[in-house]
Design a protein around this ligand. Structure first.
Ligand SMILES: [Zn+2]
Length: 81
């Protein structure tokens, strides 16, 4: 479980839209990351998205033995794709 918190995710900076690398552990711990343009982003999951993370982690635990897993969670107020 703790190793799964190192799973990399992609976060979109709410100010400039740059992609920022973070981990699930950063999201769950509400850590700060810095985007390539220097904006500090506090990772604060929405209530439902934290539940999705937990569900995804459960799924990951089962999937880990099967190979590489990609998934993405919404952690910012605004999504800019
Ligand atoms: Zn930014």
């Amino acid at each position: 479980m703790s190793e799964l918190l190192n799973t990399p995710i992609s976060v979109t900076c709410p100010r400039c839209g740059e992609k920022v690398e973070a981990t699930l552990g950063d999201v769950q711990g509400e850590h700060r990351v810095t985007c390539p343009n220097g904006h500090a982003i506090k990772l604060k999951p929405k209530n439902d998205s934290l539940k999705k993370v937990e569900k995804a982690l459960e799924g990951l635990e089962r999937a880990v033995g099967e190979g590489h897993v990609h998934f993405k969670v919404n952690v910012t107020q605004r999504e800019r794709e």
